[in-house]
Design a protein around this ligand. Structure first.
Ligand code: NCD
Ligand code: ZN
Length: 344
């Protein structure tokens, strides 16, 4: 059986939720990843350092006994965030990024930023003190086609912001288009991107295969095959600007299988295995370790992990659902198969 031993990976974009949901999903991530950048889009969002520290304690309390996992907290930027809050975040030593959600772009983003120019002083302070800006890169205007929202965001918001604040480090989260890949490759130093397993493995046809597939609906929405290939090529090139961020985003089954279903794919149960599959398909398994365990740590200026993780090329089938507090959660590939497993 083929086995792969890699440096233990980190997940640079993860939704853990809170309460019983947190307790249900956290073990999957902690089993695989040494650290994760934890997204702040709770209700209410994590807009202050105090809230981030309290959330961090709840995550630590929810960890299974013996788990080796460190949550890296983030702040949720709003129109009202102040430079002083950035100082508090950095002084705490527990906050590793601040997230820009354009208001209304995705799940729990109602309190997001209405006009990034309001954040100039905040971004200036982040640049000075070295706190990365994490960006959900989609415009929200209802008249913009949903498949064009990422490309439009680059021109209207991201590129000008990156040039205005020349020393700010920026992560373009979950890139989904050829345009985003091209932008990141050509941007100034200090601009990077996370890549999800769904945007490496699927194109938008997957959402409509044999009928509407709500569990494959996420934001940014899956794009064309041409876009997917661009993402694979960027990762295959070994460009350190592209690193792992699952964007695992759990939602209770009834909120996905709904007349107005939530965006988000749950992938934490196979958070490294799905990438192994994608890398194998693209003939680039040798690139997996740097993508999963080196480039992200380097970007965030954190030490690389020293522990290792072993994967085996052995098929398994995720269950129809997992428990999710009083509800259930449908994992990606439920009842289908995944080509790689964690070694026992
Ligand atoms: C995320 C969620 O559910 O919190 N959903 C998603 O489709 N990715 C939010 C986000 O990252 O956009
Ligand atoms: Zn996300």
């Amino acid at each position: 059986m083929q086995e792969l031993r890699i440096r233990r990976p980190d997940d640079w974009h993860l939704h853990l939720r809170d309460g019983a949901a947190l307790k249900a999903v956290l073990p999957f991530t902690a089993q695989r990843f040494a650290r994760a950048i934890v997204m702040p889009n709770l209700t209410p969002p994590v807009t202050t350092t105090a809230a981030a520290l309290a959330y961090r304690e709840r995550i630590l309390a929810a960890l299974p006994a013996g788990a080796q996992f460190t949550p890296l907290m983030t702040l949720y930027l709003t129109d009202l965030t102040t430079p002083a809050e950035i100082d508090r975040a950095l002084d705490s030593g527990a906050v590793y990024g601040a997230k820009l959600y354009p208001a209304g772009a995705t799940t729990h983003s109602e309190a997001g930023v209405s006009d990034v120019r309001r954040l100039d002083a905040v971004l200036e302070r982040m640049a000075e003190r070295g706190l990365p800006l994490l960006v959900h890169g989609e415009v929200t205007a209802a008249e913009v086609d949903v498949f064009d929202r990422e490309a439009r965001f680059i021109d209207l918001v991201l590129a000008p912001l990156v040039e205005r604040t020349p020393t700010l480090r920026v992560v373009f989260e979950h890139v989904s288009t050829r345009a985003a890949v091209a932008y990141v490759c050509a941007a100034r130093a200090g601009v990077a991107a996370t890549v999800t397993p769904q945007h490496m493995l699927l194109n938008r046809n997957a959402m409509f295969r044999g009928g509407l597939r709500p569990h494959l609906y996420c934001l940014p929405v899956l794009k064309t095959e041409n876009d997917r290939v661009a993402i694979i090529e960027a990762v295959a090139s070994g460009n350190p600007r592209f690193f792992l961020g699952t964007d695992s985003a759990p939602h209770a089954r009834h909120t996905k299988e709904n007349a107005c279903g939530c965006a988000g794919i749950f992938s934490a149960h196979a958070g490294i295995e799905l990438y192994a599959e994608a890398f194998e398909q693209a003939g680039m398994l040798a690139r997996l370790e740097d993508f999963a365990a080196s480039f992200g740590a380097d970007f965030y200026r954190l030490p690389r992990n020293t522990a290792t993780l072993r994967l085996q090329r052995r098929d398994w089938s995720p269950p129809a659902h997992y428990g999710f507090g009083e509800h259930t959660l449908v994992p990606w590939r439920a009842g289908e198969s995944i080509a790689w497993s964690l070694a026992p």
